[in-house]
Design a protein around this ligand. Structure first.
Ligand SMILES: Nc1ncnc2c1ncn2[C@@H]1O[C@H](COP(=O)(O)OP(=O)(O)O)[C@@H](O)[C@H]1O
Ligand SMILES: [Mg+2]
Length: 87
């Protein structure tokens, strides 16, 4: 994951929920994401899975899995690559 930025464009203004997060997880490695309430853990996870709902959107960054940027794949081309733990 490099430079992920996910924002919510609300009537009251723009909420920068995640603003520039980078990390790397090796095959077989398990990573825990820890932080205070509201720091962006859930939005980070939803962004990886392509499940950010309006008025939120992923505005920048890349999530590379097996050489492919998951943020650029359509749901069909992703072919269930997220969520099952197997390929
Ligand atoms: N639908 C939404 N509309 C506006 N702001 C949101 C929405 N969802 C999350 N946020 C904001 O994004 C930030 C990160 O939220 P979240 O990822 O849920 O935090 P965590 O899971 O770390 O507790 C918070 O400031 C939260 O208020
Ligand atoms: Mg959460």
């Amino acid at each position: 994951m490099r430079g992920l930025r996910t924002s919510f464009h609300t009537r009251d203004g723009v909420v920068r929920a995640v603003d520039g997060i980078d990390f790397h997880v090796d095959r077989g490695e398990i990573m825990g994401l820890v932080g205070e309430s509201g720091c962006g853990k859930s939005v980070t996870s939803l962004s990886i899975m392509g499940l950010v709902a309006r008025p939120g959107r992923v505005e920048a960054g890349e999530v590379v899995f097996d050489g492919k940027d998951l943020l650029k794949l359509t749901a069909r081309r992703c072919g269930g690559c997220a969520g099952t733990g197997s390929r």
